[in-house]
Design a protein around this ligand. Structure first.
Ligand SMILES: Nc1ncnc2c1ncn2[C@@H]1O[C@H](COP(=O)(O)OP(=O)(O)OP(=O)(O)O)[C@@H](O)[C@H]1O
Length: 366
């Protein structure tokens, strides 16, 4: 665990970058520092690995004041990833990743083997190992940066805007990759960003800082969205707070109707149904779309019927936000629930969804 105990940093010249910061970064979790430019995020992060020392208060790593540990020893247990990856330009990718193990005295072959294993872990093709950093895309460079930080298997990882220099699509995949890795590795991660969406996606807890280096709020993302502490946090969170909150509400307990589906082989049997919409399902159990039984032809083959568009969600895995999205994509207003392999489990009606939405927003309002 990392503890900020009344930490202040006043730079020469008088700027107070961090002001009496008190918070805990739990072991094995991702804690995100977020806030506008100049609010002291980077300074706070760097006080953990002693690139900056506080002028007041203490930063404790598992109860030990970091200023009592000499920086090289301290940094051996702390990986560090920065924007633009910060790779050594004249070293091949594999040697970049092997840098810290080599510094720790690993023999060359073992360090390289470890580097190759990590490149694979972060989703990079082994063929890239012998390239130089300039021969990689921005996203690939960031992956190398993450692999390098993980090379000595440090319990703590500091990440300073690591994904902000890449385009939104690559950025999203790097974020997904980090979450996947973290599920396996359970590092204690402090992640700095100015992007609130990134903070909410990645953080187990999010610390919102305001300029002057003061902590505005520290909470789990769902709580932050539901109950911003003040106007500054509310404005920083921006629009769509209610919708974004639905990303944290599970869909597993939504009631399913199985009588609102019809197999394609028996489409004609749907003619007499009173329901305005039925979900058409193929022979493999996969959704084909919505049909209106009333519009089925009295004669001829119902095979000519063209199903209307639909949306699906994986029940139990996807959040309520995905159910709402699926419902909005369907003319019926209902959402089709599928299992992990894409087979239809049933239908969540608009009424059931409305009730769940009312419950979720009611819970959020407290
Ligand atoms: N070495 C330094 N000397 C003097 N002032 C500094 C120094 N480093 C940072 N500052 C000031 O401290 C404040 C906080 O800086 P810091 O880099 O920690 O903010 P940040 O939240 O990480 O900002 P950004 O999102 O723009 O990177 C700013 O006002 C900055 O100008």
């Amino acid at each position: 665990m990392i503890t900020f105990d009344g930490v202040t940093k006043r730079y020469a010249g008088g700027t107070v970058a961090v002001d009496d910061l008190g918070l805990e970064v739990p072991t094995g979790e991702i804690t995100v520092f977020v806030g506008p430019s100049g609010c002291g995020k980077t300074t706070s992060l760097r006080m953990i690995n002693r690139m900056v020392d506080p002028t007041g208060g203490r930063v404790l790593l598992d109860g030990v004041d970091v200023t009592t540990i000499d920086p090289p020893t301290l940094r051996r247990g702390i990986g560090y990833v920065i924007q633009q990856a910060g790779l050594f330009p004249h070293r091949k990718v594999v040697d970049n990743v092997a840098t810290v193990p080599r510094l720790l005295g690993w023999e060359r072959r073992r360090a390289r083997a470890r580097a190759m294993e990590l490149l694979e872990r972060v989703g990079l093709d082994a063929a890239l190992a012998d390239r130089y950093p300039f021969q990689l895309s921005g996203g690939q460079q960031q992956r190398v940066g993450v692999a390098r930080a993980l090379a000595a298997d440090p319990p703590v990882l500091l990440m300073d805007e690591p994904f902000s220099a890449v385009d939104p699509v690559v950025r999203a995949s790097l974020q997904d990759e980090l979450l996947r890795l973290q599920a396996e590795l359970r590092k204690t991660i402090v992640f700095v960003t100015h992007d609130i969406d990134e903070a909410i996606k990645l953080g187990d807890r999010v610390a919102v800082l305001r300029v002057g280096g003061r902590l505005a709020q520290l909470d789990a993302p769902a709580r932050l969205l539901a109950e911003p502490a003040d106007d500054f946090v509310r404005e920083f969170l921006g629009r769509d707070r209610g919708i974004r909150l639905l990303s944290f509400v599970p869909s597993g307990d939504l009631p399913l109707r199985t009588d609102l589906t019809v197999p394609v082989s028996t489409t004609a049997s749907a003619r007499g149904t009173a329901e305005p919409w039925l979900a058409l399902v193929d022979d493999g159990g996969r959704p084909l779309g919505w049909i209106a039984p009333r519009s089925l032809p009295d004669s001829g083959t119902p095979a000519d019927v063209r199903p209307e568009p639909y949306g699906t969600f994986v029940r139990g895995r996807d959040p309520l936000r995905s159910v709402l999205d699926a419902a909005l994509l369907s003319p019926s207003g209902h959402a089709i629930a599928v299992d992990e392999s894409g087979r239809v489990e049933g239908v969540v009606t608009r009424e059931a969804l409305d009730a769940a939405l009312a419950r979720a927003t009611g819970d959020a309002r407290g």
